[in-house]
Design a binder for this molecule. Structure first.
Ligand SMILES: [Ca+2]
Length: 375
């Protein structure tokens, strides 16, 4: 390629001629927008047409050139082979040009709607074929959930634990394509929220070996949500004194923010007491009139971590026989139930356990909230 000098010698005579062979190289430019690619070739002045192989196994295109230039377009079916190598071959010159093109999957789209606040429906569309599953991070403290994909879509329902605005993020498990959407939750109503500024609402019950000494009220503790906390040493059983009428259709969330402050972590029971229609008779999970074996959905003799605040959460809803709320129920999709005879409820907490006189347990906050969530 280029200019060549031809010399002819004949009987002492020499003749020369300069022959210019057209330059067979050219320029290939390939661009891609999401899945659509475009290849532009210039400078193949000898070629009337070129063959474009898109590098994805599909049949090559033949593109006519005008003055050595032409453009071809192609839609990639997926991005699994990206970057693809596009090869253009001059049909006359045999010139071969290559270029890599990166194809990007389209972003999936997430929408989150409060179909029945605080329950949200998360809908994902535009999921790319490689993503047979996507991972949903609901933006709360819960573990992200992996969803199966049907076609190009996925749907999930999620109950948020408290009011607020959350960002739902969905990520394709193979492509990594991702999108997020905000959802605002307002469906929870406070029933009892006590920051523990006083022990007046938490009388110690006379039961079994439980101590009935007054709680120590701590103020100015920067690690507590409001600086205030209730501290007990040894086994105390404390129950909220007021009856709260049980709404059998409501989902109840009972949460205790507690910690161990002694040398030996206490064991604790945390949940809700059931009270009969007379307002005084207790109806525990076994149907007995006892503060024991109540609906300890948040913690069943849980041993606290050696230090640091932990929030124990339980969910209860409705009535059944037998009741299921006598065991831990941490999942709002799987709340425990009360017995049929339960008409009123009260938060209840066992600070340390039977016979324990040394473990120290702090209570920062007790929160009982409710929401209407379709079963
Ligand atoms: Ca507090």
């Amino acid at each position: 390629m280029g200019a060549y000098t031809i010399t002819a010698v004949c009987g002492g005579e020499t003749a020369t001629a300069v022959v210019t062979i057209p330059d067979l190289t050219g320029d290939l430019t390939v661009t891609a927008t999401v899945l659509d690619a475009s290849a532009t070739v210039t400078g193949l002045s000898d070629d009337q047409a070129v063959t474009v192989d898109w590098g994805d196994g599909t049949a090559p295109d033949t593109v006519s050139l005008t003055d050595g230039a032409g453009t071809a377009t192609h839609t990639y079916a997926d991005a699994t082979g990206s970057p693809y190598t596009v090869t253009v071959t001059g049909n006359t010159s045999g010139a071969v040009l290559t270029a890599d093109v990166t194809v990007t999957p389209p972003p999936l789209t997430v929408t989150a709607t409060t179909a029945a606040d605080p329950q949200t429906t998360v809908t994902v569309t535009g999921i790319w074929a490689e993503d047979t599953t996507v991972t949903v991070d609901y933006g709360d403290a819960g573990t992200p959930e992996q969803l199966p994909v049907t076609g190009t879509a996925a749907t999930a329902a999620h109950i948020y634990p408290q009011n607020g605005t959350y960002t739902v993020t969905v990520t394709g498990d193979v492509t990594g394509q991702t999108d997020s959407a905000d959802v605002t939750i307002a469906g929870w109503t406070d029933v009892v929220v006590d920051p523990m500024t006083s022990d007046a609402m938490w009388p110690a019950l006379v039961y079994s070996t439980a101590l009935t000494t007054p709680a120590e009220m701590i103020t100015g503790d920067a690690s507590a949500e409001d600086g205030n906390l209730l501290r007990d040493t040894g086994y105390h059983l404390r129950e909220y004194p007021d009856n709260i009428e049980l709404d059998p259709t409501a989902l109840y969330r009972i949460a205790f923010r507690v910690r161990s402050s002694g040398t030996t972590p206490p064991q604790t029971y945390l949940g809700i007491s059931g009270i009969a229609a007379d307002g005084t008779t207790r109806v525990n999970g076994n149907g007995d009139d006892s503060p024991g074996a109540q609906y300890f959905a948040a913690a069943q003799r849980a041993t606290l971590p050696e230090s640091g605040w932990t929030e124990y959460v339980g969910y209860l809803r409705g009535k059944s026989a037998p009741a299921t709320g006598g065991s831990e129920h941490h999942d709002p999709d799987d709340p425990g139930t009360f017995l049929e005879e339960v008409v009123y409820i009260r938060p209840i907490m066992s600070l340390a356990y039977k016979g324990d006189t040394t473990a120290v347990m702090d209570v920062d906050t007790v929160r009982l909230t409710s929401a209407q969530v379709p079963a």
